[in-house]
Ligand binder design. Structure first.
Ligand SMILES: [Zn+2]
Length: 361
């Protein structure tokens, strides 16, 4: 039911009272981070749909948030799953560059960018989940950074898909003119961050559509060099059909992750059973990590099979790979900075807009 006006203000006041009395911050400061609360004991804006228990108290400090990593709350698995994902992708990258130094072989620059993108998204996800029980301000900034990181990641995936997988001699402007493809990728990345951050406060009824749509658009554009090539297999010098099963694995992993996130299965059917481990957000973390490893294998397979043909057309340079990634990262951080400043103005003017609806991660 829609709650507006006086009822909404009353509810907000009750929520603020709950923060002070029910989360233990006033009664007992020691071991505050280890307390586990029911969903009705925390403000509605910070609850997750179908997750009923194991919430941390609100207003934790940085130190308390760090300590809470070792208690069995409903963010513990979210943090550790992406922490482990970061370790695994770094290990895989080092296993590759052990034999192929990117400074000597510039074809490994796009792979370096993709690794940077993965590490950015895992790190920011860890930060967002870790500090989500601090103040409302940190809560929102954490998820702004998370959105920005996903946008940077999709851009780096686009770089790798373009430099390793794009169709050769297709006659299509967007694939023959790499600056145009990369410019479009960067613009989609900025637009996705802006719209996702905005959807936390405005366009609330369309927030799900905006976030899902932004990332589907980014995914479709950045992967397009690969699947468009399949249509030009007869004319492409090296189509490398060996990479097709790997790409299918990548697609299915991301599709499963998206389906779990949208459907909220299994917690939708078994409320409380998966609050600590096994909820749809954990499936999302695991399946996207798996999808990234399939993508990694696609890049390596295409690089080995198509390197000779790709070299004739163009060899990637540092500025158009790592340099561009750093620029896109800076642009996305600038958007986060702008939203963070706006959020401070919003709080100081006592606007209640950020708390009107529960956030969707
Ligand atoms: Zn997450």
């Amino acid at each position: 039911m829609e709650i507006t006006g006086v009822a909404q203000i009353r509810r907000r006041i009750n929520d603020l009272r709950n923060i002070q009395t029910q989360n233990g911050t006033v009664k007992d400061k020691s071991q505050n981070y280890a307390k586990l609360l029911r969903d009705y004991e925390i403000p509605e804006a910070f609850r997750e749909k179908y997750i009923l228990s194991r919430y941390r108290p609100r207003n934790l400090t940085v130190l308390e948030s760090l300590r809470s990593l070792f208690s069995a709350n409903n963010e513990t698995v979210n943090f550790w799953s992406h922490f482990l994902s970061a370790v695994i992708i770094i290990a895989r990258y080092y296993s590759v560059i052990w034999a192929h130094n990117p400074l000597a072989d510039h074809f490994y620059f796009p792979l370096t960018c993709f690794t940077l993108g993965c590490c950015t998204v895992y790190t920011m996800s860890c930060v967002a989940h870790l500090f989500s029980s601090m103040t409302e301000r940190e809560f929102h900034i954490g998820y702004y950074l998370d959105n920005a990181a996903i946008s940077v990641y999709t851009f780096t995936a686009g770089e790798a898909f373009y430099f390793y997988c794009h169709p050769l001699g297709s006659g299509m402007l967007v694939y023959d003119w790499r600056e145009l493809f990369l410019l479009l990728s960067a613009l989609i990345s900025f637009a996705a961050t802006y719209s996702c951050c905005m959807s936390r406060h405005c366009w609330l009824d369309f927030r799900f559509m905006i976030r899902t749509g932004s990332y589907i658009l980014a995914w479709a554009h950045n992967c397009s060099p690969y699947f468009v090539r399949q249509f030009f297999c007869s004319t492409d010098p090296i189509c490398n059909e060996d990479s097709m099963p790997l790409f299918k694995g990548c697609f299915l992993s991301f599709a499963t992750a998206a389906l779990a996130n949208v459907s909220r299965v299994p917690e939708r059917f078994f409320p409380e059973k998966f609050d600590f481990i096994g909820q749809s957000h954990h499936v999302l973390h695991v399946m996207t990590t798996l999808g990234n490893h399939f993508a990694y294998s696609v890049f390596l397979s295409d690089l080995v099979a198509r390197k000779e043909a790709l070299t004739i057309e163009h060899v990637p340079s540092f500025p158009e790979t790592i340099g561009l990634t750093l620029l896109v990262l800076a642009g996305n951080l600038a958007i986060v900075f702008w939203f963070s400043n706006s959020l401070r103005l919003s709080s100081s003017s006592k606007s209640d807009r950020p708390l009107r609806r529960p956030p969707i991660r």
